[in-house]
Design a binder for this molecule. Structure first.
Ligand SMILES: [Zn+2]
Length: 260
């Protein structure tokens, strides 16, 4: 399998500098990275037998994050960010879990032979995570600070309970840069879309296991900010996208928060 089929980079910083960089020479310049770990529910043909009869499950939020891919593209465009996405179903391998953690593999894959799971890791999990880490490492080694937004969506009702927010911003409260950026993003979104409720560290905690949590262990606060954006799937149309006006509001609010 070629790496290009796994994930596509549709936007790269033009002209070397993606922007940022304060006028203050002491301030590191900023590079933006947008990722989408749950962008699709594709099952590659060589594993399709494992998913026979699971088509309905694949079509649910357990198969992918409806709307998250389009949101990621809009954000990447607005920020002129590097974009890395996966459209392989999370039921094949969960890219947003750390190695060795529970739920790396879904119940469907737990029934597969260990050799098949290892192969799936080699083909999909390792290349995706390695590429994202390498992008951040390159920027950091060049003296830049990376602001990473990982685009997700959440089911409006889970285990019988209704989730109240329209947007969730997940971060590590112990990292002041992430905390302050999310406060500003929340305030800006309230101003731009007052009908929407935005909550911080909801419906999940930013410090729970996830890709950004893993990356925080590798890159210190001064050079890496990792935020997970969660959009309520009740806003998703045709199981694919949140309307463009709403996506633009989320992206514009982030730009407001970043002062650009
Ligand atoms: Zn997700």
């Amino acid at each position: 399998m070629s790496r290009g089929r796994l994930h596509v980079r549709v936007a790269a910083p033009a002209g070397g500098s993606p922007g940022a960089g304060g006028d203050d020479p002491g301030e590191p310049s900023v590079e933006f990275l947008v990722t989408c770990e749950h962008g699709g529910n594709r099952v590659p043909a060589r594993y399709s037998a494992l998913f026979r009869g699971r088509e309905r499950l694949l079509a649910t939020h357990r198969g992918y994050d409806p709307g998250a891919l389009a949101m990621a593209r809009t954000l990447a465009q607005a920020l002129r960010a590097t974009l890395v996405v996966s459209t392989v179903s999370r039921l094949l391998v969960e890219l947003n879990r750390s190695p060795g953690r529970q739920f790396l593999f879904s119940p469907v894959m737990r029934n597969a032979a260990a050799a098949v799971r290892d192969e799936v890791c080699r083909r999909y999990y390792v290349p995706y995570r390695t590429e994202v880490e390498a992008i951040i490492a390159r920027a950091v080694n060049a003296g830049r600070r990376v602001v990473h937004v990982s685009s997700h969506s959440f089911a409006p009702v889970l285990a019988g309970s209704m989730r109240s927010a329209d947007v969730g911003l997940l971060y590590d409260p112990l990292r002041s840069g992430e905390r302050e950026l999310c406060h500003r993003w929340q305030a800006a979104l309230r101003a731009r879309a007052p009908q929407w409720s935005t909550r911080r560290n909801y419906p999940y905690l930013g410090r729970s296991d996830g890709f950004t949590t893993w990356l925080r262990q590798r890159f210190p606060e001064r050079c890496y900010l990792g935020i997970e954006l969660e959009i309520n799937q009740k806003h998703v149309r045709d199981r694919r996208t949140v309307p463009i006006a709403a996506r633009n509001a989320v992206a514009a609010a982030l730009r407001d928060a970043l002062g650009r």
